[in-house]
Design a protein around this ligand. Structure first.
Ligand code: CMC
Length: 378
C-alpha cells in the first residue's frame, strides 16, 4: 500500500461485494435486489421490501403473511426497556435514545447463535418490529406520558403514526409513510451500513450491529441532514430570500443541506418520489410555504452548482413530507433508522455468510523513534 492509493473517505474504493442494492449515480438509478426503486415505491409495501432485502427474493403470499404476523406479534417492548427509557433526559436527542434502546435489546436476548437460521429470523423480527415502538415510546415519555401500545389491527407504518400521534392516520397518510420507509430502506455501502458491516464482521450480536449503525446515521452529513434541511428552509423564510441566502452560503463555502451526494451526480431518484408524495399530501391538506422555498432553492442550486453534480438528495424533500404527517423534526432521523434497519440487517446477513473481519490499513504520517521527554522538562 502506497500513499497515492489512500483516498479520503474511501471514495471509489470497493470495501465489499454485495447483491443487495445497486446505485447508478450518473443515471439516477437505484435498485433493491435488481428491482427499480420506482417499482417498489408504487407496487410493494415496506415489509415486503424489507423481506426482499433481507432474504433476497420477493416473498410468496404465505411467506409475507407469516412475516407480517410475526412482526405484529413482536411490536411491544418489555416494561424494563420502557422503564429504562423513562430515565432518559427529555432533552436528549431521540437518536441517542434509540441507539441506547437498540443496544439494550441485546441484554434481553443475550444468547448469540449466528449460525442458527431461527436465531437470525428472530433477531430480524425483533429489530424490525420493536424499533418503531421505541421511537414512538420516547416521543411520548419525554412529555411525561405513558407510551401508546401498538394496535394489532394496524399495518406497520400506520401503527407507528398512531403510536406517535395517538391518532389513526388516514389511508393516504399511512400509504405515503409506508412509501417513505421503502425509499429509505437500503442504499448500498453508505456510512451507517459500513458501520453495521464492520461491527457485524466481529461476530458480535445483531443488536450491537444496529446500535452502531444508528449512532453513525445520526450525524448531520448522513441521516441527520433531513433535520438540517427544515432548519435551513425556516432560516431562508421566504421565496424572495432564497437567492441571497444561497449567495451567502456560496461565499462562506457552507454546504447547502439536502444537496450533494458521493454517488449521485443527478437528482436522487428518491428525492423525485418524495417530492411527488409531498405534492399529494399538499393537495389534500394544504400547501406548505416551505415547499415553495424548497422548489425555488432547488432551481437556484441547479443554476449555480448543477455543473458540479450537486442536486437534491433523499433528505431534501423528506422533511416536508414528515412534517405534514405530524412527525416532529428531531424524529426525522429516527424515522430514517426505522426504515434503514431493513438494509442494515440485510448487510448483517450477507456479512455473516462470508465473513472476514474488517481490518484495513492506514498510511502512517507521524514521527518515528521520538524521545520520551520527562514531564518536568515539557
Ligand atoms: N452544498 C454546496 N456544495 C457542495 C455540497 C452542498 N450540499 N455538497 C458538495 N458540495 C461541493 C463541495 O463544496 C465540493 O466542492 P469543491 O470540489 O469545489 O471543493 C464538491 O461539491 C464535492 O463535495 P464533497 O464534500 O467533497 O463531497 P463528498 O462526497 O465528500 O460529500 C456529502 C457528500 C453528502 C457529505 C456532501 O454533499 C454534503 O455535505 N451534503 C450536505 C449534507 C447532506 O445533505 N447530507 C445527506 C447526504 S444523502 C443521505 C445520506 O447519505 O444519509
Amino acid at each position: 500500500m502506497t500513499v497515492c492509493e489512500y483516498k479520503p473517505g474511501l471514495e471509489g474504493i470497493p470495501a465489499a461485494q454485495s447483491s443487495i442494492s445497486y446505485v447508478d449515480g450518473k443515471r439516477g438509478i437505484l435498485e433493491y435486489r435488481g428491482i427499480r426503486i420506482e417499482e417498489l415505491a408504487t407496487k410493494s409495501t415496506f415489509l415486503e421490501t424489507a423481506y426482499l432485502l433481507i432474504w433476497g427474493e420477493l416473498p410468496t403470499k404465505e411467506e409475507l403473511g407469516a412475516f407480517e404476523r410475526e412482526i405484529y406479534l413482536h411490536r411491544r417492548i418489555k416494561y424494563r426497556i420502557r422503564d429504562m427509557m423513562k430515565c432518559f433526559p427529555e432533552t436528549g436527542h431521540p437518536m441517542d435514545a434509540l441507539q441506547t434502546s437498540a443496544a439494550a435489546l441485546g441484554l434481553f436476548y443475550a444468547k448469540r447463535a449466528l449460525d442458527d437460521p431461527d436465531y437470525i429470523r428472530q433477531a430480524v423480527v425483533r429489530l424490525v418490529a420493536k424499533i418503531p415502538t421505541m421511537v414512538a415510546a420516547f416521543k411520548q415519555m419525554r412529555k411525561g406520558n405513558d407510551p401508546i401500545q401498538p394496535r394489532d389491527d394496524l399495518g406497520y407504518g400506520a401503527n407507528f403514526l398512531y403510536m406517535l400521534n395517538e391518532r389513526e392516520p388516514d389511508p393516504l397518510e399511512a400509504q405515503v409513510f409506508d412509501v417513505c420507509l421503502t425509499l429509505h430502506a437500503e442504499h448500498t455501502i453508505n456510512a451507517s451500513t459500513f458501520s453495521a458491516m464492520v461491527t457485524a464482521s466481529t461476530l458480535t450480536d445483531p443488536y450491537a450491529v444496529v446500535a452502531s449503525a444508528v449512532g453513525t446515521l445520526a450525524g448531520p452529513l448522513h441521516g441527520g441532514a433531513n433535520e438540517e434541511v427544515i432548519a435551513m428552509l425556516e432560516a431562508i423564510g421566504s421565496v424572495e430570500n432564497v437567492r441571497p441566502y444561497l449567495e451567502e452560503c456560496l461565499q462562506r463555502k457552507t454546504k447547502i443541506m439536502g444537496f450533494g451526494h458521493r454517488v449521485y451526480k443527478v437528482k436522487d431518484p428518491r428525492a423525485k418520489i418524495l417530492q411527488s408524495l409531498a405534492e399529494k399530501l399538499f393537495e389534500k391538506s394544504g400547501r406548505d410555504k416551505y415547499y415553495d422555498i424548497a422548489v425555488e432553492l432547488e432551481e437556484a442550486v441547479e443554476e449555480k452548482l448543477g455543473s458540479k453534480g450537486i442536486y437534491p438528495n433523499v433528505d431534501f424533500y423528506s422533511g416536508l413530507v414528515y412534517r405534514k404527517l405530524g412527525i416532529p423534526i428531531d424524529l426525522f432521523t429516527p424515522v430514517f433508522a426505522i426504515a434503514r434497519v431493513a438494509g442494515w440487517l440485510a448487510h448483517w446477513k450477507e456479512q455473516l455468510a462470508e465473513n472476514r473481519i474488517y481490518r484495513p490499513t492506514q498510511v502512517y504520517s507521524g514521527r518515528h523513534d521520538a524521545p520520551y521527554i520527562p514531564i518536568t522538562k515539557r
